[in-house]
Design a protein around this ligand. Structure first.
Ligand code: 6PG
Length: 469
């Protein structure tokens, strides 16, 4: 019997779709799931792809079915299940075999697993896979971390199954150990912010302009033909156009406004704080998700103060589109700056232009702007994206509209936290003389912490009584 070229563990939705994708690209694959009936059912439903699939009832069978040196993809829930699976597999594998964690792992866990693998084997790769079930089946974006030689070993398979941008695979090596999962976490942080900004402009249209869902859908569809062209704008148009089969009302109106989260956005924010990187639009998006789940508190607030959102005549759809363009550039600039900060702090040379290239197709944040970002980062990966001439020109043309939308939101109780924190960041990023002199004076006043003077004089303290005590 021909041995499989790769194995896959975990036939949940993502695992099953990835396995079908691998089989479809011509690679024989051995699969195992904890429940044997799931494994057999998977092959039974694989149609013409079944001939490439070897279902295995035990882990030993799985290992025996794969050609050496083996490569096995784990598609199990992040956290303990990954460690348990590594522990179960390790005694069955050779030291030069390779375990690939393709789940949404916390990159610190991937670091730890890679460090353990380096001591005693088998080898370990952490890959971020984006694109949901559809992407896993027909072409995800793939961000790899670990040893370059391990990535190169499986790159032919990963490149084959990845999404393609003009024929170029949206898969690449991001750096050592947890780099792939780190880049995937930042992807998700940007995903949170992009989604939140779309929800904010949706809120201005719904509550501020009193637009019906169909009109909102048409607006998103129109935007999707311009600079905002992206998967998230596209699906926002589709969900706004959908009708609930139960009530006949717009589907969006029937969905409870309590957003779920698996935690990757939160990880990004925590890591940014550790690195003193500034990603306020992403932080605001995570905050908004947290706050959305506090429905009872929001209702209590509404009972005391009245509902915040009011109609506004102070904003146009054209301004909203421009505000969204500015907000999007700013949140991506923050995300790339975070990766740049992590590259330096962890001594992982994560390739910013390649990251933008990988994100152009397959992943949830794919958008036409990412191609321009890849170009700008290729010109100068060290420069903040908002300073790249192409994006600086866009920001110069759109930040006025962003101000108008935020001002209208503030006056009419329409919350736009991600857009507003994006703008505050933009303004702070172009303020040569900030207000931190006041912070320094306060610190010196109450704690004699000292400050630097603008004129270079060596005196580090102010004339206030009690300093230095
Ligand atoms: C992707 C997505 C995916 C994410 C889900 C849900 O890139 O395919 O980011 O990995 O897990 O979309 O994430 P939340 O539950 O945190 O919204």
């Amino acid at each position: 019997m021909t041995q499989s070229q790769i194995g896959l563990i975990g036939l949940g939705t993502m695992g099953a779709m990835l396995a079908l994708n691998i089989a479809e690209k011509g690679f024989p694959i051995a699969v195992w799931n904890r429940t044997a009936s799931v494994t057999h059912g998977f092959k039974a439903e694989a149609g013409v792809l079944a001939e490439k699939i070897t279902p295995c009832e035990t882990l030993a069978d799985l290992v025996a079915a794969i050609a050496k040196p083996r490569a096995i993809i784990l598609m199990v829930p992040a956290g303990d299940p990954v460690d348990e699976m590594i522990a179960d597999l390790t005694p069955l594998l050779d030291a030069d075999d390779l375990i690939i964690d393709a789940g949404n792992a916390l990159f610190h866990d991937t670091d730890r697993r890679a460090a353990a693998a380096a001591i005693k084997g088998p080898h370990f790769l952490g890959i971020g896979v984006s694109g949901g079930a559809e992407g896993a089946r027909h072409g995800p974006a793939i961000m790899g971390g670990g040893l370059r030689s391990d990535w190169d070993r499986v790159a032919p398979i990963l490149n084959a199954i990845a999404a393609k941008y003009k024929g170029e695979p949206c898969a690449d090596y991001m750096g050592p150990a947890g780099a792939g999962h780190f880049v995937k976490a930042v992807h998700n942080g940007i995903e949170y912010a992009d989604m939140q900004m779309i929800a904010e402009v949706y809120g201005v249209m719904r509550d501020g302009l009193g637009m019906e869902a169909q009109a909102i859908a048409e607006t998103f569809k129109a935007w999707n033909t311009g600079p905002l062209q992206s998967y998230l704008i596209e699906i926002s148009g589709e969900v706004a156009a959908a009708t609930d089969t139960h009530s006949g009302k717009p589907m969006l109106d029937m969905i409870l406004d309590r957003a779920g989260q698996k935690g990757t956005g939160r990880w990004t924010v925590i890591e940014a704080q550790q690195l003193a990187a500034t990603i306020p639009a992403i932080e605001a998006a995570v905050m908004a998700r947290n706050l959305s789940s506090r429905l009872e508190e929001r209702l209590a607030g509404e009972a005391v103060f009245g509902a915040a959102p009011q109609k506004t005549a102070n904003v146009t759809l054209a301004q909203l589109e421009q505000a969204m363009i500015a907000g999007k550039i700013l949140c991506y600039a923050q995300g790339f700056a975070l990766i740049s900060a992590a590259s330096k702090a962890f001594d992982w040379p994560m390739p910013l232009p390649e990251i933008a290239r990988v994100w152009r197709e397959g992943c949830i944040i794919r958008s036409s702007m990412l191609n321009d970002m890849a170009t700008a980062l290729t010109e100068d990966a060290e420069r903040n994206l908002m300073l790249a001439p192409f994006f600086a020109d866009h920001l110069k043309a759109t930040h006025g509209a962003l101000r108008q939308v935020i001002a209208a939101g503030a006056l009419s109780g329409l919350p736009v936290p991600a857009l507003a924190s994006g703008l505050a960041w933009f303004d702070m990023m172009r303020t040569g003389r900030s207000t931190a002199n006041m912070i320094q004076a306060q610190r010196d006043f109450f704690g004699a912490h000292g400050f630097e003077r603008v004129d270079g004089i060596a005196d580090k303290h102010g004339p206030w009584a009690g300093h230095g005590l």
